[in-house]
Each structure stands twice: as C-alpha cells, then as structure tokens.
Design a protein around this ligand. Structure first.
Ligand code: AMP
Ligand code: MG
Length: 478
C-alpha cells in the first residue's frame, strides 16, 4: 500500500468539541526530509517499495492530507513541577487521525488554540532527539511512542538562539495523558470526565469493556504499567527530565521526549533538566514522582470511582515497581532466579558504580562476558578495590546460578545494551544535520533499533563517555 492509499479514522472527533480544536498544520518553508523510519512505515502498513520521499515531506508538512484525515489538537491540563496548570493542550502538536491502531501526530506544525505564548514550532535539535530516542527506547524493549519521519527547514525559530524549524511525525496507540483527565476534573465537568474514561477504555483497554468496575480496573492497569515503565527507565539509567502529569501517558508508555538523558557515569541524584533546580525529576526521584502523578490521576478520577478503591490500587505501585526492577536487575546480572540476598548485592553494586564513577552501560556490557577475568572491568572504576570485593561476592553468587556460563553470557548480552544514545552522541548527529549531513542520524537510527548488536564502525560510542561530555544538563527549550 502507498502512503496516499491509507485511510485514517479519528474517533476522538466524535467527542464534544470541548475535547479538541480542529486546526490545520502551518507548513514550514522549503522542507526537506531528514530521515524516515522503515520499521514505522511497516506499522502503518505502507509497502517499503512504495515510499515516496516527496509524499512523506508533504504529509509531515501538512500540505497533503491523506484520506479521512481531519487534523486536530487535543485539550489537556497538568501539574508542572508540582503546580497545577489548567490550560495546556497540544500547543504545537497536531493529530492527523489513526490507522492500524497508531495515532499519527505532527510535532512542531504550528499554532493551535492551546499554544498560549508559544510559536507552535519545534527545532531540528530537539526533533532529532525525539525521533532517535523514541526508537532507542523501542529498541531496548521499553514502551514508547514511535516516530515515522522527520523533516527540517531553513525557517528560523527563536529559542535561546535562532534555530532551524523541524517537524516529527510521532505515532502512539494513545495520546491521552494524566493531564487530559485533570482538565475535566478541575473544571467540574464530570460528564466529560466519564466520556473521556469511556473513550480511553475503547481506544486502549478494550479487554475491560463490559467487566465490572471498568474504570477502577483501568486505573489499576495504569498504575501497574506506570510502575513497570519507571522500573525499566531505572534499569537502563534513563532520566526523563520532565515528568509533569501532562507528559504522563495514560497507557503507561514513554512520551514527550524533552531534556532527557541516558546517564553516563552512574549518579543517583543526576538531573538532566537544567531548569529543574530542585531536582524534582532527578533519576532517583522518578519512581516517587510516578506515584505522585498517579495520585493526581486518582484524584481526577474520584468522581467516577470511590476513593478507597482507588487508593487500594495506588498502593500496589511500590510492589509492582520493586518486583519489576529486581527482575530486570537480576537479568542484568545474569541471575536465573532471585535470592533473598540479591537485593543487597544489587544495592552494593549501585553504590560502587556511584563511588567509582562507573559508566553503567559499558560496565554491564563487559560484565556480560565476565568469566572471572577482571581485566576489562577494573579500568572502568575509580575505586577498583571496591569493585574487586564486589566481584568476589558476585563470583560466590554465581556458583548457585543454575545456567551454564555460556547461557548466562548469551542472556546478558541480550539484556545489557552495547549502545545507548547518550547526549553527546545525539549532539554529534545534530551538528552534522544542522550542516545538512543526515548520514549519522540514519546510522544512529539503525543502532538505536539494534542496541544489543555490534556496530563496529561505531565502537567508540560503546566506550565510557569522554570526560568533557559526562552528565551534562540540557535546556528545556525545544
Ligand atoms: P512540554 O514541556 O514540551 O511537554 O510542553 C508543555 C506545554 O507547552 C504543552 O502544552 C505544549 O504543547 C506547550 N508548548 C511547548 N512548546 C511550545 C511551543 N513552542 N509552542 C506552543 N506550545 C508549546
Ligand atoms: Mg509535553
């Protein structure tokens, strides 16, 4: 099927107009294709042989609407850095409709009713980051929105400096956020709140239609998904950076990539977002914030579900989170089953990683081939004695592991990525792209989608981050 043969549907537009603003994208001048993602075109059912770059550019630029497409921006509110803000919404995102269960959304395609003081635009820098990062998360098996393609333009967009404008076409099974519910709760529109809950059930929780207490069960699933998502972030050293409730997906996937980072050297209170002066969204705080956000969602849903029942679901969060995290970390160490003392072993490792300023991605990768020889591991730490002691404990623990050394290595190499897209790597691709060279963007896309494989020309990206680029903070402006 060709792109132009697709037919989109937009069930969201069957809701009352209070939920959205129908608005057409504002095209960028002289757009050019930066990259497109073959894997995502398949999701939409487009034949690879039928991809036409000019059509893709027109689709992203909003100058070609495919059948059934009725562009609209969605309304939502949210708690930003702990403070409730009633009027947010898609200020620079425009939805085109959905196909195969994927909602297509342009980001950076001009003003909408919800733009407030914003220009409705996104810059090339942040668009490349979102495009590559959503695919990197997918490659790591972490629930996320996806990205189909990215266009750039010479049109200037004002941020801290003038930057180039760009548009990414993002895909998600749902774009409903915690903040979508907060909007209707805080305006006392309980009928609309119920309509939105019914919509989300139909869209993303159809297995709960017709069961008893479907809203409660849906909330319970959102709690579980959010807890498990946060555990996955922690396990790979991912810091989202802006866990405001408007950036929390109601289906528990990673959305709205801003000043995120994969940590370089392990630092428990790492803060990637340079405007987050209090460290509200630091790496260590992410699990707590996940809970806090779910509490806001419970509050917003309280007209539909008794508070006591909501609270009981919410209280399962800690257990969901810890169980999943322990499972993931146990796998990272190559342990077949978890023993009671493994918690201590893992805790000790994270302390040692922090004390020794260990870059966690190469560390776990080297550990995946560990056979008693410590030659590749010890140079990764500034505190080799501590690591030596820990490896002695690990050696003892491995004795009671049931799988063979080969199986352990094989499993660990499938669990501990060789590559994560650290910020300095993304920055190189961005600088090339700003000079019109998109080769690295495309290479990184391939690496992002296959992070456990060897990519020998890019060996250097698997090494510890060079000192001058370690754990830098990023600006929110995008
Ligand atoms: P974010 O921090 O990117 O999740 O954005 C928070 C809110 O600000 C959302 O409602 C966005 O749609 C809106 N926003 C961010 N940047 C812009 C922009 N350049 N123009 C219009 N709205 C924006
Ligand atoms: Mg957002």
């Amino acid at each position: 099927m060709k792109l132009t043969d697709l037919t989109l549907v937009a069930p969201y537009l069957d809701l009352d107009p209070i939920f959205y603003h129908e608005v057409h994208p504002t095209p960028l001048h002289k757009p050019y294709l930066v990259s497109f993602n073959l894997q995502a075109t398949e999701l939409l059912g487009i034949d690879l042989s039928a991809i036409d770059n000019e059509e893709l550019i027109k689709l992203l630029n909003g100058t070609m609407l495919i059948k059934g497409s009725r562009p609209y921006a969605m309304c939502y509110a949210g708690h930003q850095f702990g403070h409730y803000v009633q009027r947010l919404g898609d200020g620079r995102a425009i939805n085109l409709g959905s196909v195969n269960g994927w909602n297509l959304q342009l980001k950076g395609s001009g003003e909408t009713r919800y733009s407030r003081q914003g220009d409705g635009r996104a810059v090339l820098r942040s668009s490349i980051r979102e495009y590559l990062m959503s695919e990197a998360m997918y490659g790591l098996g972490i629930p996320t929105s996806r990205a189909l393609a990215i266009i750039g333009s010479d049109e200037k967009v004002a941020r801290e400096a003038w930057e180039r404008g760009a548009i990414v076409l993002r895909l998600s099974p749902s774009w409903i956020r915690f903040g979508s519910f907060e909007y209707f709760f805080h305006t006392n529109r309980h009928k609309e709140l119920e309509t939105l809950a019914d919509f989300l059930l139909r869209e993303s929780f159809p297995h709960l239609l017709g069961v008893e207490e479907p809203y409660l069960k849906m909330y319970g699933e959102i709690v579980k998904r959010t807890a498990e998502l946060t555990a996955q972030w922690q396990s790979v050293g991912f810091n989202h950076g802006v866990m405001n409730t408007d950036n929390m997906s109601a289906i528990g996937i990673t959305i709205d990539y801003g000043p995120f980072a994969f940590m370089d050297t392990f630092e428990s209170n790492y803060i990637c977002n340079h405007s987050d002066t209090q460290g509200r969204y630091s790496y260590d705080n992410q699990p707590r914030i996940g809970y806090w956000n779910l509490e806001r969602l419970a509050h917003a849903l309280s007209p539909l579900i008794t508070t006591v029942k909501l609270q009981l679901e919410l209280e399962k969060y800690g257990n969901y989170f810890t169980t999943r995290l322990m499972e993931l970390l146990g796998t990272k160490l190559g342990l077949d089953t978890l023993h009671e003392n493994d918690n201590d072993l893992l805790r000790a490792l994270f302390t040692i990683m922090e004390n020794g300023q260990i870059d966690m991605t190469p560390f776990f990768r080297h550990l995946s081939r560990y056979n008693g020889n410590r030659e590749t591991l010890l140079p990764l730490t500034l505190a080799p004695n501590q690591l030596n002691e820990w490896l002695d404990r690990y050696d003892i623990r491995l004795v009671s592991n049931t799988s063979s050394v080969e199986t352990r290595h094989k499993n660990m190499l499938r669990t501990n990525p060789k590559y994560v897209l650290k910020n300095y790597i993304l920055q190189e691709a961005i600088e090339n792209a700003q000079n019109g060279d998109f080769v690295l963007v495309n290479d990184l896309l391939h690496i992002a989608q296959n992070p456990y494989d060897e990519h020998s020309p890019f060996e250097r990206y698997s090494l510890p981050t060079p000192a001058q680029y370690k754990n830098l903070k990023l600006s929110c402006s995008s």
